[in-house]
Design a protein around this ligand. Sequence first.
Ligand code: TTP
Ligand code: MG
Length: 356
Amino acid sequence: MPKQRIIMHIDMDYFFVAVEERKNPELKGKPVAVGADPKGGKGRGVVSTCNYEARKFGLRSGMPISKAYKLCRDCIFLPVSMELYVEASEKIMEMFRKYADKSEQVSIDEIFLDISSKVKDFKEAEKLAKKIKKEIYDNEKLTCSIGVAPNKLVAKIASDFEKPDGLTVVNPDRVSGFLAPMNVRKLWGIGPKTAEALKEMGIETVRQLSKAKQDRLIDEFGSFGHEMHLMSKGIDESEVEESYEIKSIGRQVTFQKDTKDKKIIFDTIDSLAKETHAELKEEKLFYKTVTLTVRFEDFDTHTSAKSIKIATDSLEMIKGMAKELIAPYLKDKRKIRLLGVRVSKLSEKEAQKQLV
Ligand code: TTP
Ligand code: MG
């Protein structure tokens, strides 16, 4: 039998705002959101995140800033200071990594650690989690929530279980009982559409999903039905994959006023491409794919992408490909609200070396 794995998932609490509170302690205890300026309820853009005081008023990540303002007039809205958060994140992640055999950072404030050979059992893992929480608080004055479990799927669900400042340890024999009462939406890849389809089959909880016949799930959802069946039993064999590489780089902007003006649109693409390219150069990376995001005035959002065979770091190519990609959308009657440019399929190699 393979050795029992012990996986930890750490997620920082209300991260961007927590970093702002640390910088300016007067914010503590007050509702605070990071995002665009609400401009008396007429502002554009969305809430990046907010603290738990603001969440009591119903504010959430991704909510239009105008709606957030309506829900909580007293909320303090701060602009996004990305460099500040990136700097804090880099420091914390480095501290986490030293406790792991293998680590996988999945977002700016989230990381998986495989601690299988670092601790003897789940009791020791719990002690280590407490130690990590204390170290982060003592040194960085930030709180996090930690989940410990036999695999990534359950560890991630566990870290979310007692947020904020939580610690949830799910021993192997507790996995089924832990997942059973949860809504199927907690499982990876089950979004609103799949959840609705499952509901029509009379399945709402993980327990009900675990009792469903696998064949029936496969008939309905193809190979994902098989994955669902495994997840419902708390099985996930995916490895913690060491990956420090950046998966994509991009910028997006919400216009002050929705527009159909070609000059404004092309100028915006140029400046988004320029900013994206600057970061690409800073990271010394090359790309193969350019993706354009267009959101119309009615929030209908489209993305389209174009790839080249050989990796490049050309700025002109980003501009050119993004402009080709925008062309069909310019024929649309609707005005554009948001534009985004992103490069992906990144590599550190030059084109010539990749040809070998
Ligand atoms: P999350 O971990 O999802 O959120 P959080 O840390 O703010 O709050 P929680 O206590 O629930 O973990 O995301 C981490 C950061 O990523 C968050 O602080 C801001 C940013 N973010 C966005 O910019 N937009 C988004 O839609 C989300 C979800 C997060
Ligand atoms: Mg978080």
